[in-house]
Design a protein around this ligand. Sequence first.
Ligand code: AMP
Length: 504
Amino acid sequence: MNVLYQAKPLFGTGLWAGMDRIEQKKFSVKNEKQFTKKDRRVDRHWSEKILGDMKERDWTIFREDFDISYRGSKVPKPMRTWVESGLSYELRKAVDRVGYRTPSPIQMAAIPLGLQQRDVIGVAGTGSGKTAAFVLPMLAYISILPPISELNEVEGPYAVVLAPTRELALQIEEETVKLARYVGIKVVSIVGGQSIEEQGFKIRQGCQVVIATPGRLKDCLERRYVVLNQCNYVVLDEADRMMDMGFEPQVVGILDAMPSSNLKPENDYEDLDEKRIYRTTYMFSATMPAAVERLARKYLRNPIVVTIGTAGKVNDCITQHVIMVKESEEMPRLKRLLDRLVDKRAIVFVNTKKSADFVSKTLEKSGYHVTTSHGDKSQEQREISLEGFRTKRFNILVATEVAARGIDIHDVTHVINYDMPGTIDSYTHCIGRTGRAGKTGTATTFLTLDDSNVFYDLKQMLTESKCSVPPELARHDASKFKPGSIPDRPSRRNGTDSLRFLCK
Ligand code: AMP
């Protein structure tokens, strides 16, 4: 190290008396640069360092490498690996058994928060691994509680996960069971379309986790099939979607049925008692409409907002093609597109049940093995349909967005929006059925002039995702101005901005 550095005074100007000040400054700057360069050269990348050697700068690079950003106070450091996660040996073994070699970015960011009983608002894309990001801290929390036995089973489960649709709830159940079975934690799902009495019976037999759709769980609470007297861990998955579907009163009713005495103090986060159990609330939402904000204000305490990538952004693994078509061209184009697919496998989204029936019948006549899922089908039919597609008995799944929301099938390489979804959020959710778990995918959308109310948002989305904008869309007037009918679009797309008030 240079002598000037060693001898540098700590106070005042930092310059020595009796020497030319300009020369001193030049020398000092030159040496500063050399030092920094040398320091960089010898400094290793964070991935080559042990945890104890990580400096603030390493953490900054780490967060940038994984596109993790936080808003909130006293944010715990993310975890780099499962070994450093702070999860118990049993849970790490469970993770290993399900084959998750490295944590995904949302898991790196959110698991340490849950382990510290912090409230979390997560903004992460579809297929990001967010389920395990809330399930693992939930299982860690439950593992330290007394086992469910005859003594406490009447007080209800320890944790509740709410999801907007049956499909998503069942999928969360599957992911939770995958991990929970290794630690002996019992999971029950409560969704519509199945016998409520049977579900009530299962819960009364005792379970630690309930995964539910809000309507059905509220019903069970009202009929006293379930109580939530010892539930202190709650997850609201796809909260924006639950609000869109009109579930706000049910969600509020469920949250109010939990012990409020365990809510963290509203303004006094500093004084949290480490030994006490507080209610932990995880909320995942791609956008932040007013109803979600209301929930966050009322039930979350000093939350940390974690964003992976940009809010509302489409997963980078998905290539988006948008084709401007006339209505009469849609079916011939769809067939040509399907014929060209190597695996001849795709999910085709339509906006109406009528359209779903028309598309599936026409494709069937052309020799495709098609299965259909929409709101008029019973829960059982929808599950059979999905299973048939998952197991490749059918190569085409024709579905409405609601029926297929949250569906996670890894090897779907192509999604086709036969109809452009009515909002950009639905579009994001539809195309998010491909490009999952790190795989690449393609989404093709047929756009007609009737879809002009989403032209503006779609053009923005394609531009932000660096996908080509068809010339007819680019030059259409409706793509140049934000439609007046969606005044809150900017805050929805950058949803976390409006949550600044919540984070200290
Ligand atoms: P999710 O976003 O929770 O729907 O997860 C998408 C898919 O990724 C699910 O099928 C998970 O089983 C899978 N997954 C979750 N975490 C990991 C991980 N760390 N490594 C590999 N796959 C994962």
